[in-house]
Design a protein around this ligand. Structure first.
Ligand SMILES: Nc1ncnc2c1ncn2[C@@H]1O[C@H](COP(=O)(O)OP(=O)(O)OP(=O)(O)O)[C@@H](O)[C@H]1O
Length: 251
């Protein structure tokens, strides 16, 4: 099946510093791809460069076979839903209005219905009328996840969607993203929890110092050699009745 998102030898810089070097990636409908790597490795830069939010110094990024640089903002918004790492909200709007922003293609009543349904899915059904600035960080994260789900975009990109969430909410978030993939969406998610990445992702991409250094099925990409060389960990991903978990200590 043809890729919904392609990065072809993408290089990107922040000022003089190269933060992404010749990164190539192809994301297909129906798969959940985890991007992992240490702090500062270049995960967010990869997402932003691939979405046209960070200028490319070299290479090409395509959304549904079209160069991202050629897409108008509304075209891009139809092709991809993006949940940034920062959970910023400028205005204290109620959760249902924030979630409805994901569905700007719908009429107001339809968007409101969908927003409420998405808030219920993420376990924030009780918060529909609460201002997003009058919530805990984890509650706000759920509302922003609901906004992402409301986009119904063919590509969903979530930058650290489980950071700061309680264990149940982390698993729920990944279950919901997996459900979107089962429905045909392509899902790309950055994660720091390598066990969760192993459990929730079909494929894992390891970024280190601005380069993709490993890619494949979770246990293949997160081999003991990669855990040691990239993360400074001695150990491995271990299969348990609950799925893969990381059994490792600092090297
Ligand atoms: N606005 C910026 N200006 C200058 N350098 C930046 C900027 N944003 C990020 N960088 C640098 O780019 C590199 C990659 O950062 P990036 O945010 O992509 O990493 P990351 O893998 O997402 O990290 P984290 O896990 O900490 O979120 C880092 O060296 C970082 O210091």
């Amino acid at each position: 099946m043809s890729a919904v998102w392609t990065l072809d030898a993408v290089t990107a810089r922040h000022g003089r510093k190269t933060v992404l070097e010749a990164a190539s990636l192809a994301i297909a409908p129906g798969e959940v791809v985890g991007i992992v790597g240490p702090n500062g490795a270049g995960k967010t830069s990869l997402l932003r460069a691939g979405l046209g939010l960070l200028p490319l110094a070299a290479g090409e990024a395509l959304l549904s076979s079209r160069p991202v640089s050629a897409l108008k903002p509304d075209e891009r918004a139809r092709l991809v839903g993006y949940l940034p790492q920062e959970r910023r909200a400028a205005w204290n709007l109620p959760a249902r209005m924030i979630a409805a922003l994901g569905a700007s293609d719908l009429s107001e009543p339809e968007a409101d219905r969908l927003a409420r349904a998405c808030l219920a899915r993420v376990g924030a059904g009780e918060l529909v009328d609460r201002g997003v600035l009058d919530m805990s960080g984890g509650e706000r994260a759920r509302v922003l996840l609901a906004r992402l789900l409301a986009t119904r975009a063919p590509l969903l990109v979530a930058d650290e969607p489980v950071a700061g969430l309680d264990p149940d909410a982390q698993l729920l978030t990944l279950d919901l993203l997996r459900a979107e993939a089962a429905g045909g969406a392509a899902v790309v998610v950055t994660l720091h929890d390598l066990g969760l990445a192993g459990r929730a992702c079909d494929r894992v991409v390891v970024v280190s110092q601005g380069r993709i250094v490993a890619e494949g099925a979770p246990r293949e990409a997160l081999s003991p050699e990669v855990l040691a060389g990239v993360f400074g960990l001695n150990g491995e991903l271990v299969e348990t009745p609950a799925g893969l978990v990381l059994a490792a200590r600092r090297a």
